[in-house]
Each structure stands twice: as C-alpha cells, then as structure tokens.
Ligand binder design. Structure first.
Ligand SMILES: Nc1ncnc2c1ncn2[C@@H]1O[C@H](COP(=O)(O)OP(=O)(O)OP(=O)(O)O)[C@@H](O)[C@H]1O
Ligand SMILES: [Mg+2]
Ligand SMILES: [Zn+2]
Length: 534
C-alpha cells in the first residue's frame, strides 16, 4: 500500500474528532439537531484549520440515511460515499482553478435538478475568494434563494476579498488558529496511534513551528519522522526546523544583562554553528522579551518559567522596552543585512550599546573594551550609537566626571547636568522635559509644564533623585513643580538643534556640485524626506 501523508490519513470524519473549533462545532451541531438550517455557510480561517473538513462532515450530517444529524452514522451508503469522495450530490469546486464566469454558470446549471442520491445537494466551493467579479455576480441570485434541497458551503482563507453582497448572504463561521497545547496533544495522540517514539519537547517544537495550523503540524511531523529516523528527538527536530532552544536565547539575555560582550558574541557564534534560523531566533527573542515585560507588571503564576522571572527581576522595565523596540526595528531591517547572522549580531550589539550602565556593569567593566577579538565590534558599536542617537530618546552613555558648579545660566546648567546623568527611557523623557529652577545645597527644584504632568510619577522622580545624588556625590532632594508655561527644556533645545542641523544639511545637499550634476543628468528631484542628520 502506498504511504498516505498523515494530514490526509488523519482527516477527522466526525465533529468529535476535530480539535480546537468547539464554539463553531457546537453551533453547527445544535442547528443540525434542531433542523434550523441556513442555505449558505461560509467558513473562514487560516490554512489547515479545518474548513474543508468541517464542510465535508457537514455534508455527511445533512445526508446520512438515518436523518439530518450532528452525529452521522459513518456506515450507511451516503456516509461511506462521502468519505470515499464518491457522492454524486456533493459537488466540490476549487474556485482557484475555476475562476471564470463560464465555470460558475456551468456549475449552477444543475442547481435545479433534484439530488440524485441524497437528501441535499451540496455545493462546496473552496477558496471562493478567487472567483472573478462576474462569477460572483452569477452566483448571487442562486445564493440568495436556492431550491430547498440545495446548500452552499463556501470556504476561504481571505474573506476580505469577498464582495459584501456574498458575505451578507452567508452565515459566517470563523475558524481559529489551534492553540499550541492542543496541537501538541494532537501530535502526541497521532504518534502513539502510529507507534512512533518521540520526545515530548520535540513535538512542542513542531507544534510551535506550525503556528496554529493543524495541517502544517502534521506535515512537519511527517518531515520529522523522515528526518529523525527511529525516534523524534529535540536535537534533530531543532536542526530540521533551524530553530533554537529557548535556553540559548536566555543565555543571550543573561550576557546582555552583564554587559558581557564576549559571551554574547560566543552565543551568536554558537547559534550559527547550529544552523539556526536567525529570523526565527529574532521572533522568539521578541516573544521572550514580551513575556519578561508582562512578568514585570504581573508576576507569573507559573513558577516553572524561572528564567523569565529571574530576568524580569534583573532588568529594569525600560531596558526590556528598549530591547523590544530594537528587536522590532531589527526585524524590519534584517532582510537588508548582508546575511541574517550578521544582521542578528548587530541587533544584539545595538542592545549592548544602548544598555545604560547599571551598578552591575560599572563594578565589573567587562570584556567589551579590553578583549582584542571584539575591539572592532566595539568600534562598530560606537558607530551604531552615533547613527541611532538622533532617532531615539535614549542618550549616549555618559561618563561621570566631577560635578559642575551651578551657574546662573539655568538652561545650560540643566542640559550639562542631564548629559552626565545615566538616565534612560521614561526617566530621561521626564527629566529632559523639565527646566531648572534652582539648586540650593542639597535641594534641587525643577519645573514641568502642565501638559507634561501625566509623565510625573514617584518612581521616575526617585530615579532622577538617585542619579543626581550620584552626580553631586551627596543626597539630593528633588522637587518637581508644575508650571503653566514651558521654558527652555533640554528636549526643546535638542529639537531646535536638530532642526538647525537639518536645515544646514538640506542646504549643503542642495548646493552640492555633484548632486546638482546627478540631478541634471538623470532629470532627478531631491527627496527631502530622505535627508537624515547624524
Ligand atoms: N480542527 C482540526 N482538527 C483536526 N485535524 C485538523 C483540523 N484542521 C485541520 N486538520 C488536519 O489538517 C488537514 C487539512 O484540513 P482542512 O483541509 O480542513 O484545512 P482547511 O482549513 O480547509 O485548509 P486550506 O485553507 O488550506 O484549504 C486535515 O486533513 C486534518 O488532518
Ligand atoms: Mg480547504
Ligand atoms: Zn450515515
């Protein structure tokens, strides 16, 4: 006997064999048991979640010889004919290959003939969004008022491409992606039935890669059986998927936490050695950062995920926010990198470059500067820092020098002090929106315009206070007063300086001889939005 792929072999024959679509199955089962049937159903949802399967079972439910039922007998002539694909009154059409209006007309010509074998004549139109506009029009009238013995079952992955006139004539059911845990259990069940030995975490990896699609999970299982030989194990599965273990990503985050550049780069090398898929690695990293961020707000109930909880404690929330942002931008830029390995590495180096100096980092000045192997990378790091500085609110990492004596020029003084404080994220945003009112002994008073008041909170104020204490090398009491007017804040100054630089850059580019020549030669215009200052 020829080998039948698992997805086909394990196509559910009854509603109860399906996984993950309970609400829809309940609605359909109730409608069938109470015989409250609509004449047109539309099943939507991503690939391989059960649209065609539901439609086929539904066809059996309508035609089983024992009567219309949610639990067809599976043994009568009609049930077996439908399962065997031999039932004359089930007309399955793949709209993708029959898009033309002539095809639709031909199909509908037979609508007015009674069913030859069963109770209902069923039109199952798959990928219905592929029909042409004329085909939709040809279908409209019959779809609205078909003969009583006709049912339309439409299925599509892309309902947005259906005309509203079609949508409004159908009862729509949206099938969800199947949750990871259910997919895994399903794979486990099938492995047991098929006598395949497996490691549980390998099945989790396959389920994860299937991204909610049951068909994909089964196709991957087929592949894994062929790839692993004997036993489905995590090592081969990861290699097959090009995926990486969460542990490796946790190690990256621990290295970043310690500002340990060498360990960080070693881990990336390690990933490369295991032929990791760096796109997937970045997605997984985003997912972990998200979980850490959530854990910082709501402590995790599951004590088992200890790395997440540990990292949630070790990192400041704004660091995680920053990393997430860098990873997200990196995801956009990764396809433009010369190769994914290098792109991924640069994203991590950027995180390292922007990570504000923490107490841990300053007490253990690690290898990033001293290790010759990565001296070049440290230089790249500085370059990246310069490039990105203008587009983020994160200041460059300052070095703490001797405190400046307060001067009468409050604006300048505050800008100077601020540039020496190690503030980031929201804390930096708050401080840079303030103006300096006065510094008296160990009291410092700042003013914040009323429109920025929502930024003000105790935690941020305390962080600024701490940074000031470090800078002045004594305890400082910070007072932030709300004012109605916005003075010359550092952020305003910075914006002014940026726009000045922008104006200068634009002027310089406009007047550049070479650019003039190129514009003349190619009849080109200058895209002002593309001018960036660094
Ligand atoms: N909910 C489910 N429960 C169990 N198996 C499922 C489910 N959904 C899909 N499958 C498995 O995936 C295979 C394909 O399912 P089906 O043809 O119903 O997907 P589909 O939603 O119509 O996908 P497509 O959009 O690609 O046509 C089935 O043969 C079955 O093995
Ligand atoms: Mg289908
Ligand atoms: Zn039957």
């Amino acid at each position: 006997m020829t080998y039948q792929v698992l997805a086909r072999k394990w196509r559910p024959r009854t509603f109860s064999q399906m996984i993950g679509q309970e609400p829809i199955l309940r609605m359909l089962s109730n409608a069938l048991s109470e015989n409250r049937l609509h004449h047109a159903y539309l099943f939507t949802g991503t690939r391989g979640v059960g649209k065609t399967t539901i439609a086929r079972i539904f066809a059996k439910s309508l035609n089983c010889e024992i009567g219309v039922t949610a639990t067809p007998c599976m043994t009568c002539r009609n049930c077996t004919a439908i399962d065997g694909g031999r039932f004359l009154d089930l007309l399955e059409v793949d709209a993708a290959s029959r898009t033309k209006v002539e095809d639709t007309r031909e199909l509908l010509e037979n609508v007015y003939y009674q069913p030859s074998q069963g109770r209902y004549k069923i039109y199952l139109i798959d990928e219905v969004h592929m029909l042409s506009q004329h085909s939709f029009n040809a279908l409209l009238k019959t779809l609205e008022e078909p003969p009583p013995y006709v049912k339309f079952l439409l299925a599509t992955t892309d309902p947005k491409r259906l005309p509203i006139t079609i949508l409004s004539r159908c009862l729509q059911f949206h099938l969800k992606r199947v949750p990871l845990e259910l997919l895994k259990e399903h794979l486990q069940y099938i492995c047991e039935k098929e006598d395949i030995t497996f490691e549980e975490n390998a099945l989790s990896q396959l389920a994860h890669a299937a991204d909610g699609s049951v068909r994909d999970s089964l196709s991957l299982l087929d592949q894994a059986i062929a790839f692993c030989g004997g036993k489905i194990n995590i090592k081969d599965t990861q290699q097959m998927l090009g995926s990486i273990s969460e542990d490796a990503l946790f190690r990256l985050l621990y290295a970043l936490q310690k500002n340990d550049g060498v360990a960080l780069l070693n881990e990336v090398e390690n990933l490369e050695a295991h032929a990791a898929n760096f796109y997937q690695a970045l997605d997984d990293l985003l997912s972990i950062l998200h979980q850490i961020s959530v854990a910082q707000v709501v402590p995790l109930a599951k004590a088992t995920v200890s790395d997440i909880t540990t990292l949630a404690k070790q990192y400041k929330p704004e660091d995680i926010q920053l990393f997430y942002q860098i990873a997200l931008n990196g995801r956009r830029d990764l396809p433009h990198a010369p190769n994914p390995h290098q792109g991924f590495e640069m994203i991590l180096l950027r995180m390292l470059a922007f990570r504000p100096m923490t107490a841990a980092a300053t007490t253990q000045p690690t290898a990033i500067k001293s290790h010759p192997e990565i001296a070049v990378k440290a230089a790249v790091k500085d370059l990246v820092k310069d490039l990105v500085r203008d587009t983020t609110t994160v200041p460059a990492k300052p070095t703490i020098s001797a405190p400046l004596p307060p001067t009468f020029d409050n604006t300048r003084t505050w800008i100077d002090i601020l540039s020496k404080l190690t503030l980031t994220g929201m804390t930096y945003a708050l401080a840079s929106n303030c103006t300096l009112v006065e510094i008296l002994d160990n009291r410092i008073t700042l003013a914040l315009a009323i429109q920025h008041e929502p930024m003000l909170n105790k935690k941020l104020t305390e962080r600024i206070e701490e940074a000031l204490a470090k800078y002045f090398q004594k305890t400082m009491k910070l007072d932030i007063k709300i004012t109605t007017t916005e003075g010359e804040t550092p952020i305003k100054k910075q914006r002014e300086e940026n726009s000045e630089r922008m104006a200068k850059a634009t002027e310089a580019i406009k007047n550049d001889d070479d650019i003039q020549k190129i514009m003349g030669l190619f009849d080109a215009t200058l895209d002002m939005d593309s001018i960036k200052t660094f």
